[in-house]
Design a binder for this molecule. Structure first.
Ligand code: UDP
Ligand code: MN
Length: 253
């Protein structure tokens, strides 16, 4: 048996949600031994997501937690900004930890990966991350206003990061650019923080895991291949819907 990959996906209601989740479902159908943890940013588990998961044939867990509409980042901060997917990823981690016995009982071990609903994943990525001993890393396409960002590898170890703005990050990777061993993840209490400034989320999380740069396992042919892209879907223009309403026409006319 293969180690199970626990894939935590935050998702929220918007026009493209069903399209995004459909695409991700079809990607995940091509991957063996996964457990998809879908966490809705909502007070309820919606029918849309319920139905989509039920007909997916995937092994899944459906959770929900609402990001409070006016989530304050910090007392000293002027700007109010809604953290995107932060509480949902933590809810997924909470579920994993409360099912610790179930998850760690298999001798094959497991891996935890945070997969946003709008990214594009090569199925090979999952083969790469499956052997993660502590934390594995790889390049991510279309982040940091570059064609890709990547760990820099020397002598088989990660020595630095290829990025425009490293700022004060030890781990200059995107959410899509790393996976954590399930034992390590579940036995620690590490969570994402709504107090992390944008762009620091991943670094703050990995720092709390108390790992070093040397612990990182470079995947994807020593980080020479891009197997995941931080694609962002354009909000569809549905302006004509309003006009149809105004003229008293129904959608089928
Ligand atoms: N997300 C969420 N609630 C929100 C906004 C985003 O649950 O209010 C989810 C979204 O579905 C995605 C992840 O959080 O899986 C990251 O959001 P997004 O892709 O919008 O962020 P970006 O790629 O722009 O950093
Ligand atoms: Mn995104």
């Amino acid at each position: 048996n293969l180690p199970t990959i626990y894939i935590i996906t935050p998702t929220y209601s918007r026009l493209v949600q069903k399209a995004e989740l459909t695409r991700l479902t079809y990607t995940l159908k091509l991957v063996q031994c996964i457990h998809w943890i879908v966490v809705e940013d909502s007070t309820i588990k919606t029918q849309l997501v319920k139905r989509l998961l039920a007909k997916s044939n995937l092994k899944y867990t459906h959770l929900n937690v609402l990001t409070p509409p006016e989530y304050k980042l910090g007392i000293s901060e002027k700007r109010w900004r809604k953290p995107r997917g932060v509480l949902q990823r933590n809810e997924g981690l909470r579920w994993l930890r409360s099912n610790k016995k179930l998850i760690l009982s298999g001798s094959e071990g497991g891996v935890v990966y945070f997969a946003d609903d709008d990214n594009t994943y090569d199925v090979q990525l999952f083969d790469e991350m499956r052997s993660t001993k502590k934390v594995s890393v790889w390049p991510v396409g279309f982040v940091g206003k570059l064609r890709y960002e990547s760990p820099i590898v020397g002598d088989g170890r990660v020595v630095d990061w290829f990025t425009y703005s490293k700022s004060n990050r030890t781990f200059a990777t995107d959410m899509a650019g790393f996976a954590v061993n399930a034992d390590l993840m579940i036995n620690s209490k590490v969570e994402f923080s709504v107090k992390s400034s944008r762009g620091m989320q991943e670094n703050d999380f990995l720092v709390k895991l108390k790992i070093t740069l040397n612990d990182l396992e470079p995947k994807a042919d020593l980080c020479t291949k891009v197997l995941v892209w931080h694609t962002q879907t354009m909000e569809p223009n549905v302006k004509n819907e309003e006009l149809l309403m105004k003229f008293g026409k129904s959608g089928s006319n």
